[in-house]
Design a protein around this ligand. Structure first.
Ligand code: ADP
Ligand code: ZN
Length: 436
């Protein structure tokens, strides 16, 4: 089934014409409503009239996460506050969070795009759908929730945590569809098994998994253990949230909701556009957003746009799975963590020396962040002869990290000089999560 065949199966020419019209309108809108974009365009000697077709997009300036931070909280908002009906914030916490305001129209577009995803997964009004993404500032929970309601299926807003209660609800309510991160799906599978519930006692048949990278092997394992078919869902709060792209039944790449989010792939070093099929950094322009539209937003996600048509009939271009990032961001338990954030916490603690490591593991399908940091010689010289002060320091570091990163880390204090020193590029982060 296809939710909106008129849009999802648009002939290429017609689609490009629509994208061009929407881009022209968008550029005019931000030029007159967001001083940041006006200034950037003036610097390039550009006026809204210069952007007439979708091919003109390459003339426009890029936008980065730093631009969003520098304009915190509402500097890039185009609509007046009275038009904004909801605010979300990105999960990352380097300095200022990224605030995204949505108008009623934006929320409607979001729900429409979510309904397209869910329909592609085979979800219908007859499904009972558990949304186990976090609700709150994170876009996952409410984003999927509105889509399920718009589609007319029954939504169960389970959110994250309370895994045993969730397992019981899956069984008792006969829940048929589930949305969560792939790692949480595996954790849930484990809890279900520990509770002695078999997959035959469950009615699960569809899973919408995303918000973090995952692999075919993980898909196989989740499918086998939960007895459902798992589909990819991709999104980011700066553009909308979940639903920017979605897999269809062919499961060969994810279709981008191209009438609303225009994708480009660029070489992250030269910023030049790359042709179809080439791996590079994914860039999005929100063609219809009115709250906080963005021009050519650099996602830092590395992937390609797939050439060729999809047998499902949708003409929206497909993106490959995400192969990495062009920055050093880690996604730990769904939360964006930059090594620099950890560094700034450690450097703010006088007892810690500036030598540290980040190790990420996945145990029982949950991400574990270990932070090793050397104590300063002066600190140890104060007659530390038992481990007690070290334990106190570990706790202090762990508390600081928790308050800044919003996730718990296992802290190990190391003796001065014990961590390897590097002559070339330091290898600070070891990610042992094998996504294969
Ligand atoms: P959200 O709050 O919607 O998760 P964030 O801005 O916190 O948005 O995180 C978005 C990032 O999460 C993306 O840029 C990408 O790196 C990652 N991500 C989201 N969905 C997927 C997916 N299906 N596969 C791989 N990575 C994903
Ligand atoms: Zn398809």
């Amino acid at each position: 089934m296809i939710w909106n065949p008129i849009k999802e199966c648009m002939p290429e020419e017609q689609k490009r014409e629509l994208q061009g019209k929407r881009l022209h309108k968008l550029v005019d809108y931000v030029y007159h409503n967001v001083p940041f974009y006006r200034k950037k365009m003036q610097e390039l000697d550009l006026e809204p009239g210069d952007i007439q077709t979708i091919d003109d997009i390459v003339k426009l300036p890029f936008t980065t996460k730093q631009d969003l931070r520098d304009n915190y909280p509402f500097g890039l908002q185009a609509a007046p506050q009275s038009e904004i009906i909801r605010i979300h914030a990105s999960t990352g916490t380097t300095g200022n969070p990224t605030i995204v305001g949505y108008t009623r129209k934006d929320i409607d577009v979001w729900s429409e795009c979510m309904s397209r995803c869910l329909t592609a997964y085979g979800v219908s009004r007859n499904d009972i759908f558990s949304v186990a993404y976090g609700y709150g500032l994170f876009t996952g929970g409410l984003g999927v929730h509105y889509g399920v309601e718009n589609l007319g299926a029954t939504v169960v807003p389970t959110s994250t945590g309370g895994t045993q209660k969730h397992a019981k609800l899956l069984k008792d309510l006969g829940i048929t569809a589930l949305a969560c991160t792939p790692s949480y799906a595996l954790h849930l599978a484990e809890v279900i098994e520990q509770m002695g519930i078999t997959k035959e006692e469950l009615k699960l048949r569809v899973g919408a998994f995303g918000a973090e990278p995952w692999t075919e092997n993980m898909r196989q394992e989740i499918q086998q253990r939960l007895g459902l078919k798992g589909y990819n869902i991709y999104g980011l709060s700066e553009i909308m949230g979940p639903c920017v792209s979605y897999e269809c039944e062919c499961q060969d790449g994810s279709h981008i909701n191209e009438d609303h989010f225009y994708p480009e792939i660029i070489d992250p070093a030269t910023l030049q556009p790359l042709e179809r099929g080439k791996d590079g950094e994914l860039v999005f322009t929100t063609l219809t957003k009115t709250g906080m539209p963005v021009l050519r937003y650099r996602t830092r996600d590395l992937c390609s746009l797939l050439p060729g048509d999809c047998p499902c009939g949708r003409t929206f271009v497909r993106m490959s799975s995400i192969k990495g990032r062009s920055d050093d961001m880690l996604i730990i338990r769904g939360i964006n963590v930059f090594p620099s954030q950890v560094e700034s916490v450690l450097l703010g603690i006088p007892e810690c020396a500036p030598y540290y490591r980040l190790i990420v593991d996945r145990k029982n399908n949950l991400d574990i962040l270990t932070v090793q940091v050397e104590a300063r010689q002066e600190y140890l010289a104060q007659g530390v002869d038992t481990l007690a002060p070290i334990t106190a320091l570990e706790r202090k570091v762990a508390d600081r990290l928790k308050s800044v990163l919003s996730i718990s880390a296992l802290v190990q204090i190391k003796m001065p000089g014990s961590l390897e020193r590097f002559e070339g590029k330091a290898k600070i982060v070891t990610d042992n999560r094998k996504l294969v």
